[in-house]
Design a binder for this molecule. Sequence first.
Ligand SMILES: *Cc1c(COP(=O)(O)O)cnc(C)c1O
Length: 424
Amino acid sequence: MQSIRNSCLALVKHRDQFLHPIVWINPTRIMASTSAKGQRLVSSPPKSLMKPLDVPNKLLMGPGPSNCPPRVLAAGALPMLGHLHPEFTKIMDEVKEGIQYAFQTKNEWTFAISGTGHAAMEASVANLLEPGDVALICQNGIWGQRLADMVERNGSVAQKIICAYGEVFTLDTIEKGLKEHKPSLVFVTFGESSAGTAQPLEGLGDLCHKYNALLLVDSVAILGGRPLFMDAWNIDVLYSGSQKVLGAPPATSPISFSQRARDKIASRKTKIRSYYFDANELANYWGCDKGPRRYHHTGMVTSVYALREGLARLAEEGLEKSWADHKACSELLYTGLEKLGLELLVKEPELRNPCVTTIKVPEGVNWKDVTDYAMKNYRVEIAGGLGDLAGKVWRIGIMGYNCRPENVNLVLKVLGEALESLRK
Ligand SMILES: *Cc1c(COP(=O)(O)O)cnc(C)c1O
């Protein structure tokens, strides 16, 4: 009862935030939650929620999420607007322009999915593939594996070409796959975050189109960190995420569809299996068609503000500078790691994802002792391996707001100390 009274008082205290008069909740009404025999019908409120929210400050140098710049966090705390209010749809338009810039595309169908990177993956599969359609999945880490899983759940067929974590696909290998499986869609991961590779993309779009297939590219863990040209490289569908280089909270996922991809969607014989991810509906809500915007789902209002600020930061800084900074910081990291006697998984520097570096765990070292040391003593996150590389590598992220030499130097210092302490 005391707590109810307290919340009422809190409401009164903050009433200047509200446009409506405060309604005092009559405590006797709430008493009705006790039955005639005096038994409580309502369980007691959780004690954990009676304590203040506890969020420590950590330096997130794993493969994401990365730390958000203050302006992004501040944007997320701004007042709520209606999801169709003109002030909000204007912000949506700004986000759309920001994504077009980040992707280097003029595609009209460019917007942000409500959901994290996985939601953009599901959306791509649901829109581009009908049951029975074949997708060629280039799998060199967990992302190909996951996308193939989604393809099968969609009733479509996943044909895979697989190479080891740390390696990338050549145009020849992909062409063989195209000839053999005759897919309508090819999937590659530009920035592999489980393996640490950057897949070369030049020429791939044209190759796919020669065989009547669309090209779908995952750029979640690399967008903003390395040159990427959606239109010039003829990519049909490109998606990313908010919480990596863009430095916004995990919630929204940029995505864009080429005219070819839209034609494929328009010529579907079957309904898109997902209502939530139907690109026709989303494009309308994001003002990408002529029609008035309709309510499809409630947009992620405050998360869209945050994404807007993440994109604004990238726009103010400029893509070239962002690419150059990620290159410089990753090179600083490589040099430092070599000095520590550590070996990178991806041998060829050109094929490394500057945003996620995979480092082999030396013989006799338990990877977790090192990540625990970093967290316990410095509140620095270094990640372990995923999939085939679980227990075998560490992964260090250099993303957006965290992409600064002092952060790289701190990670190197922490790693060196941790290894030293384990040798003792
Ligand atoms: C992080 C990531 C995703 C998506 O992850 P969410 O956790 O759903 O945001 C997809 N692809 C790659 C390459 C990633 O690194």
